[in-house]
Design a protein around this ligand. Structure first.
Ligand code: CTP
Length: 491
């Protein structure tokens, strides 16, 4: 449509109530040191943000065919003269607009050219000066500003990706119906690149049939609409409606840019579509009494990376997460658990529906034989209570030895140090055999290697006897290689 057809500063996006919480309470206590075994999720120390899992190192395609090139990855803008990806950041009128400043920073600092296009209502929350200063580009909600440059067409046509955050109920409705009464909604109609909506609004607005129908319409057109996160909303209420974490939106944007680069290069993408993958992450806790537990400091980051990458490659993903503080990855069904027995129940109960099971969690091998109903008190005589332990079930060995689905691929992790008689790989091979899985991701953690570091490297042992070294890289990159190998087992 032409600019004259719009209504600059018209009703725009009048949804300041479609806001979300200003606190980031996850409600999950932090990991604590305990008696558990450092497990898969701790084997590879993690980057502090998903930035390290950017398009440049995120595998989104098993290009190269079975086993020939599991490292193959799609690099956005790879080649001799990499193009700076051009991102339009559309900002809707909700309180979560302030969080989008963080997303903007992540995008600009990782080399993207970002044009911020707010709605008029968004500027009530965060002013144009902030967006302009952070992006280094002019900012307006009005298609009549600099009309000689035809911004209502040029901005959308020049974009490699449009990210709308926060996507309010009003903005989603306008996009679903093709309305174009400001610069952002015009841009949404002229863009031919991938579009990502990160909604934020009150639970009632999100759940309203009108919003759900509009979301379904956008998704049916190939637009990615994230589910809002669950948590504290504006005021005292809690529920689904929070803006997904900026780090999550950033990670998804990177994957979408990589995905579209892969399409442009004619490579196969969304190669996990139609598959259901079941992933465990985090460290289990075994309670002694209502307040104390044996646990481990697994962060869950490797399992979350596996979930994020699988979802981005089209899989249906169930993530059984033990005591992780991480935000739910977009598009992933997260099932929280506490103990190894909870994890066992969830994994074995869902195994029959899974095309792949990846045990990235660090389940405690032992639990207290007795659970004290009341807090164990110390006594004046200085006596120390004896804690006897019993063994937990081995989840990986159970699902691997009792396969419930043809063609199911089962992946384990192992952190090994080696010993006087055995190398890390010897122990890894023995564990692969003992557990009965198809792939085992082995980390050498001798001498404190890997723990506490931002880089990881692993060797992936295949039950066919091959060993694939994965060089240092982010957890997203390792996840990409793991999925490439799983995919070769399915073919
Ligand atoms: N694992 C499991 N159930 C357990 C313990 C571990 O499913 N009760 C899984 C982990 O998720 C990981 C793999 O088994 O994928 C290897 O974990 P690890 O702790 O290295 O193995 P253990 O069986 O504990 O072997 P060991 O203590 O002899 O090294």
């Amino acid at each position: 449509m032409s600019a004259t057809g719009g209504t600059p500063h018209g009703p725009g996006d009048p949804t300041p109530t479609s806001a979300e919480g200003v606190t980031g309470a996850s409600g999950v206590p932090g990991p604590q040191a305990g008696a558990g075994t450092p497990g898969a999720d701790d084997q590879v120390a993690h980057e502090t943000s998903p930035l390290a899992g950017s398009a440049a190192d995120t595998s989104v395609s098993p290009a190269g065919g079975p086993k020939s090139s599991p490292h193959s990855s799609v690099t956005a803008g790879s080649g001799s003269a990499p193009k700076r990806p051009s991102v339009v950041l559309g900002v809707g009128g909700g309180i979560a607009a302030y969080k989008v400043c963080d997303l903007l920073r992540r995008l600009t600092e990782s080399g993207h050219s970002v044009r911020v296009v707010p709605t008029a209502a968004a500027l009530e929350f965060v002013g144009a000066a902030t967006w302009a200063a952070l992006s280094g580009q002019p900012v307006t909600a009005d298609p009549f500003d600099n009309v000689q440059e035809v911004p209502h067409v040029r901005i959308g046509k020049g974009a490699d990706l449009v990210v709308v955050a926060p996507a309010t109920a009003n903005l989603i409705a306008k996009a679903a119906h093709g309305l174009a009464d400001d610069l952002l909604t015009n841009t949404l109609l002229t863009a031919r690149c991938p579009i990502l909506f990160a909604p934020a609004m009150h639970t009632e607005m999100w759940e309203h049939p009108a919003t759900q129908a509009n979301v379904a319409t956008l998704r049916s057109r190939g637009i990615t609409v994230l589910d809002p996160a669950v948590g504290r909303l504006t005021g005292a209420d809690t529920g689904r409606g929070r803006l997904p974490e900026p780090s999550e939106i950033f990670a998804i944007s990177q994957l979408m840019l990589a995905d579209s680069a892969a399409r442009a290069a004619g490579e196969r993408v969304a190669d996990l579509t139609g598959k259901h993958v079941l992933i465990s992450a985090g460290g289990t806790r075994e309670h002694l009494d209502p307040v104390r537990y044996l646990g481990n400091s697994s962060s869950g980051k490797q399992g979350y990376a596996l979930a994020r990458i699988a979802a981005a490659r089209g899989a249906k993903v169930t993530l059984v997460a033990a005591n992780s503080e991480l935000p739910d990855p977009a598009g992933v069904h997260v099932v929280p658990v506490t103990s190894t027995r909870d994890l066992y129940d969830e994994i074995t109960g869902r195994a029959a529906d899974a095309d792949a099971i990846v045990m990235a969690a660090a389940p405690a091998d032992f639990r207290p034989a007795e659970f004290a109903e009341h807090k164990i008190k110390k006594t004046d005589d200085g006596a120390v209570p004896a804690v006897s332990l019993i063994q937990n079930p081995d989840i990986l060995a159970t699902v691997a030895h009792d396969r419930q689905r043809d063609g199911q691929v089962i992946v384990g992790f192992a952190a090994e140090t080696g010993d006087a008689q055995h190398s890390v790989l010897d122990l890894g091979r023995a564990k692969l055999e003992r557990k009965g899985c198809d792939l085992l991701v082995v980390n050498d953690v001798s001498g404190g290697k890997v723990f506490g570091s931002d880089i990881n490297e692993a060797v992936i042992l295949d039950r066919d006897g091959t060993a694939l070294p994965v060089p240092s890289g982010s957890k997203d990159a390792l996840a990409g290689v793991i999925w490439n190998l799983v995919a070769t087992h399915w073919h």
